[in-house]
Design a protein around this ligand. Structure first.
Ligand code: 13P
Ligand code: SF4
Length: 311
């Protein structure tokens, strides 16, 4: 039993013993964000994983993020507190169906959102994150035909904003899909001076109301640099922890999903990671990311292109 253990000091002790680094995404529980060595968006977490000299990467995020860390640092041990921490975008895009879609469009390149399995990365030409998609798209010739998957909202947003035709894979994030336009409009009426920051995984009826559309890191930067006293936040609300820590005098309001008081704007996959599971993972070095060398070598090509092109 873990009862009676001082989890925070045990995690610190194991981290030193294992020479481990703890990387966390902004959607993790506050107590996990607070003990992490680094908290970031998908791109910055990938960069950290590629650059670390730790022996073990304890990845507090979802599985595709930990797999990316393993692909970029294959000689390291990468642990994930709960191996069931998946992603609805990954689930929407089975590799065999993606391979068939590619085969049906041989003159298209596959520009693929990092929220997918390692096998789908291995079938792709360039990986993008929400923070790097625009700068990468800008480097692809206008006449190049593009398949964009698996997030149709991010793909649709990029297509509209940069006037690029792209074939969109029909995946969505169940969390960002659930934000309610009605609830957002109610909040805007109540706080007419509050700007809206939205993640591009949100559908058009949300991003069309946004003053800033960007990655979690971009949303955080916007919320902190905005002169406004109140900010409306249309992404997973655990990021508000970082905002409140950095600017306690401001008010950050998470946009609700559905009927206005459900928990459907929280990511159920991110929520699987807990301090207890992180402690056990560091103690046992399990659950551990294991991928075939062939998949990793193939998936590293589009990931390295992303890191190069993102600058
Ligand atoms: P970011 O790269 O913006 O952190 O997005 C990750 C994610 O899963 C958003 O739902
Ligand atoms: Fe996937 Fe959405 Fe959760 Fe991000 S918030 S990990 S896209 S299900």
């Amino acid at each position: 039993s873990l009862k009676g253990l001082d989890l925070l000091s045990e995690i610190e002790r194991l981290k030193r013993e294992r020479n481990a680094v703890i990387l966390a995404h902004y959607y993790q529980k506050p107590e996990i964000q607070d003990l992490a060595d680094f908290v970031g968006d998908s791109l910055d977490l990938s960069r950290k994983a590629a650059a670390t000299d730790a022996d073990v990467i304890a990845f507090c995020g979802v599985r595709f993020m930990a797999e990316t860390a393993k692909i970029l640092s294959p000689q390291k041990t990468v642990i994930l507190p709960d191996m069931d921490a998946g992603c609805s975008l990954e689930d929407s895009c089975p590799p065999d169906q993606f391979a068939a879609f590619r085969a049906a469009h041989p003159d298209h390149i596959a520009l693929t959102y990092i929220n997918c399995s390692a096998a789908v990365k291995a079938l792709s030409d360039i990986i993008v994150t929400s923070s790097s998609a625009a700068v990468i798209l800008d480097q692809i010739p206008k006449d190049q035909k593009i398949i964009f998957g698996p997030d149709r909202h991010l793909g649709g947003y990029l297509a509209r904003k940069f006037d690029r035709e792209m074939l969109l894979w029909p995946g969505v994030c169940i969390v960002h899909q659930a934000f309610s336009e009605t609830e957002l409009l109610k909040l805007k009426a109540e706080y007419p001076d509050a700007p809206v920051a939205a993640h591009p995984e949100c559908p058009p009826h949300i991003v069309d109301h946004a003053d800033l559309v960007g990655s979690t890191k971009a949303i955080l930067d916007f919320a902190l640099s905005s002169p406004a006293q109140t900010i409306l936040v249309a992404t997973e609300p655990h990021i508000i922890h970082q905002m409140e820590k950095a600017a306690p005098q401001k008010t950050f309001i998470g946009v609700p999903g559905g009927d206005g008081n459900c928990n459907c704007n929280m990511c159920p996959y991110m929520a699987l990671n807990t301090l207890e599971k992180l402690y056990v993972a560091l103690r046992d070095l399990e659950p551990r990311i294991e991928l075939s060398p062939e998949i990793m070598d193939r998936a590293r090509i589009p990931l390295d292109r992303m890191l190069d092109m993102a600058g």
